[in-house]
Write a protein that binds this ligand. Structure first.
Ligand code: ZN
Length: 204
C-alpha cells in the first residue's frame, strides 16, 4: 500500500513546509561533513533542548568555507587576524544553516556536539549533554533570511517528532543559556515569526 504523502511545492511562504527524515542521527536534507569536535552522550534519551546560534567567519561575512573549516579544525590562522584567536577552539554544532538555506550537518544528533560551552538551562548545567545545537549563518546585527527561517522551522519539526522531549518551551538561544558570555542569535532573530511558523506547521 502506498503511504499518503503530503506534497507541497510552495516555498514562498513559511506556513507550509516540508520536513526531512532523521535516520541514524542524520538529517536527510543535510550534507554531512564530519567534525571531530564531539563525543558520546551519556544517553540519547536525554535530548530535550534545542539551542539556536549564529556564526559567520570572518564575523559579519557570509559565504565561504571558514565555518566548516573551524568545525573541522582546519581553519588557517593566516587567513584573517580574527582567526588567530579562534583557530584552536575545538567547537562544532550539529547543524549549520547557510544564508541560502543549505544545511550542513557536522555531528550526528545522538552524539554530543560542542556548541554551548559553559551554560545552564532551568538549573541544569552543561547544556551540550542534553541539547542539539543549530548555527544560523549570520550575525547579531543582520536579519536572517527567509530560507533560513524556513529550514529552521522544518528542521525543528523533524527534531520535535524524533525527540519528543524537545517541546516548544525547550527551544532557546545561546544567549539565554550563557547570558554572561554569549549574545547569539541576537536581537535580529525573530522568535515570534519562528514560533508562529512552528505552531502553524505542527497543526498539520
Ligand atoms: Zn552560539
Amino acid at each position: 500500500m502506498q503511504r499518503k504523502q503530503r506534497v507541497n511545492n510552495n516555498f514562498s511562504g513559511i506556513n507550509k513546509i516540508k520536513t526531512a527524515f532523521i535516520e541514524k542521527g542524520i538529517l536527510g536534507s543535510a550534507t554531512f561533513i564530519c567534525s571531530p569536535n564531539c563525543d558520546a552522550r551519556a544517553n540519547e534519551a536525554d535530548i530535550s533542548l534545542l539551542v539556536i546560534h549564529n556564526i559567520s567567519l570572518p564575523p559579519g561575512k557570509f559565504g565561504g568555507d571558514y565555518v566548516q573549516q573551524l568545525f573541522t579544525n582546519c581553519l588557517n590562522p593566516e587567513d584573517h587576524p580574527y582567526f588567530q584567536e579562534i583557530y584552536q577552539l575545538e567547537v562544532s554544532a550539529h547543524l549549520f544553516i547557510r544564508r541560502n538555506g543549505d544545511i550542513i550537518q557536522f555531528v550526528p544528533f545522538y552524539q554530543r556536539a560542542w556548541h554551548a560551552g559553559q551554560s545552564h538551562f532551568r538549573g541544569k548545567e552543561r547544556c551540550n549533554d542534553f541539547s542539539i545545537g543549530i548555527e544560523l549563518e549570520g550575525s547579531d546585527d543582520q536579519a536572517f533570511t527567509p530560507e533560513q527561517y524556513e529550514q529552521l522551522t522544518s528542521i525543528t519539526i523533524s527534531l520535535m517528532r524524533h525527540y519528543p522531549r524537545i517541546t516548544a518551551d525547550k527551544i532557546c538561544g545561546h544567549q539565554h543559556i550563557a547570558y554572561q558570555r554569549k549574545t547569539d542569535p541576537g536581537p535580529e532573530f525573530d522568535w515570534s515569526k519562528y514560533f508562529n511558523a512552528l505552531k502553524e506547521n505542527l497543526k498539520n
